[in-house]
Design a protein around this ligand. Structure first.
Ligand SMILES: [Zn+2]
Length: 256
């Protein structure tokens, strides 16, 4: 009896056209990508959906649209890095709106304090990425904001330890140069915020170096000219790290 070898084509996850176009409506940068990059982003988003699990919290029923929009946004920063950059965590938790967290911390005198905060996003080391769907929807009308990309920047930052605005750089990049450029920009920006000077970049970036990197990253992919014009050396470093040049994409993009 002849042996039959059946070879099944490996299942490749994919995202349907209708779902993908609804997801694109949530991301101006992705809409402007050249067709070849857009195709790669769609494939990567499908792999992201396959690799991560989504949970609705506080009664939220997660829809295909929510999943696809979050996957698309999450894959923009890693388009030229790869899904391995999101290794070490699996869950995406989505709340309908802001959510409350209880923090416990010890001050220098050893006294333990408890703090309650309302957040729209959170990324824990090895833990889930937590998001507010209401914020994601509101950001469709806020051209310089992207909560998902912001939280993803934190995820990249903590790949090599604490959240400190220092993600694992490529071998071709200089750690000293990155530190010098970012520290100088952070100090200059912090001083401007302190003096209540109006800044194009969200003043929340002055909170600490981790937030500086996360806010700069989301602005890099939403309104890159803010980063390029106000922080040219930082823009160059972010371009090297993300291996993308969003200001060129926005300048040459066909769709709005
Ligand atoms: Zn943050």
């Amino acid at each position: 009896m002849p042996l039959k070898f059946l070879r099944q084509r490996a299942r490749r996850p994919s995202l349907g056209t209708a779902v993908w176009s609804r997801a694109l409506a949530h991301c101006a940068y992705a809409r402007r990508l050249p067709p070849a990059d857009s195709r790669r982003l769609r494939e990567l988003a499908a792999l992201f959906l396959d690799a991560k699990s989504f949970d609705g919290a506080a009664g939220l029923r997660i829809t295909t649209e929510m999943r696809a929009a979050i996957a698309l946004k999450a894959c923009v920063p890693i388009l030229n890095l790869g899904l391995d950059y999101y290794a070490g965590w699996k869950d995406v938790v989505v709340y309908p709106g802001d959510f409350r967290v209880n923090d416990e911390y010890m001050d220098n005198a050893g006294v333990v304090h408890q703090d309650t905060r309302d957040l729209c996003g959170q990324s824990l080391t090895q833990g889930p990425m937590v998001l507010s769907w209401q914020t994601i929807e509101e950001e469709d009308f806020m051209p310089d904001r992207d909560l998902v990309m912001h939280e993803c920047a934190h995820k990249l930052d903590i790949l090599n330890g604490d959240a400190n605005g220092f993600p694992p750089l490529h071998a071709s990049m200089s750690v000293d140069h990155w530190a010098r450029i970012f520290n100088a920009a952070f100090e200059r920006f912090g001083a401007a915020v302190e003096e209540e000077t109006e800044t194009a970049l969200d003043p929340y970036a002055a909170t600490d170096p981790a937030e500086f990197f996360a806010v700069l990253s989301e602005t890099f992919f939403t309104q890159p000219t803010i980063v390029r014009d106000d922080f040219p050396a930082v823009y160059a470093e972010l371009s090297r790290f993300y291996r993308q040049d969003p200001s060129t994409v926005f300048a040459g993009g066909a769709a709005s």
